[in-house]
Ligand binder design. Structure first.
Ligand SMILES: Nc1ncnc2c1ncn2[C@@H]1O[C@H](COP(=O)(O)OP(=O)(O)O)[C@@H](O)[C@H]1O
Ligand SMILES: [Mg+2]
Length: 226
């Protein structure tokens, strides 16, 4: 499902260039649960952003379901992102003044799903993440764990095949992090391809496979040791 071939991502600012990803070749199959680990600055977020079509490689190819997306224009890229990919971030990225239902509704709204159908699907998702009693609460009134539940429901609202999460438990205490991981496991069990970035080995151990980055390169010794 996901194939990268000798992927590079160089950030340039004036004279300075940072090689955030170098020569990344990897395959991730549909339905896999993969954790990406590595020290701070090793390129984890950069890799996730490229895989999630939020960013593009400066060299190399990236194919999703056979389609090369490394050279696509922004518009085509965002179409693929909206259709195929759900994102979860460490800082939740919810809209604070909107309530739980409204936050989850946003992607469905942009997909042109009619209001009634939107509501029906949102309520189903809210039940799934266990937030029925919070449905009309503004996201600014929620705990971190509740915010992340909303973010996960929002990420899967469009039924994307791939869910990407960048340090999704990074702002949560350990017990709440475990609850969130249980939710990710549920999503994985329902057939989603899941890629989670974490520097926490306890979180990474939930995955079927661990990919390690070191200075922007794949640490080959660290692969397939799940
Ligand atoms: N927008 C950017 N501009 C310049 N350098 C960046 C940018 N984003 C990340 N970097 C650099 O790329 C490297 C990898 O960063 P990142 O992917 O955020 O690592 P991680 O998520 O593993 O902490 C770091 O050296 C970082 O400073
Ligand atoms: Mg990061």
């Amino acid at each position: 499902m996901i194939r990268t071939e000798s992927l590079h991502r160089v950030y340039r600012k004036g004279e300075v260039s940072v090689s955030a990803l170098s020569d990344i070749t990897l395959r991730i199959e549909a339905g896999e649960f993969v954790a990406v680990t590595g020290a701070s600055g090793s390129g984890k977020s950069t890799l996730l952003n490229v895989l999630g079509c939020l960013d593009q490689p400066t060299a190399g190819s990236y194919r999703i379901n056979g389609q090369d997306v490394s050279m696509l224009a922004d518009q085509e890229l965002s179409a693929i992102r909206n259709r195929e990919i759900g994102f979860v971030f460490q800082s939740f990225n919810l809209i604070p003044h909107l309530n739980v239902l409204e936050n989850i509704e946003i992607p469905l709204f942009y997909h042109g799903v009619p209001r009634r159908e939107r509501r029906r699907r949102c309520i189903e998702l809210i039940d799934r993440v266990g937030l029925r009693e919070r449905i009309t609460h503004a996201s600014s009134e929620l705990s971190g764990g509740e915010c992340q539940r909303v973010a996960i429901a929002r990420a899967v609202a469009n039924a994307p095949a791939i869910i990407l999460a960048d340090e999704p438990t990074g702002n949560l205490d350990r017990d709440t992090g475990k609850e969130i991981m249980a939710l990710f496991q549920e999503m994985h069990a329902s057939g989603k391809t899941l890629i989670i970035v974490t520097h926490d080995m306890q979180i990474a151990s939930y995955a079927d496979r661990i990919i390690r980055l070191d200075g922007g390169r794949l640490d080959e010794n660290g692969q397939d040791d799940s």
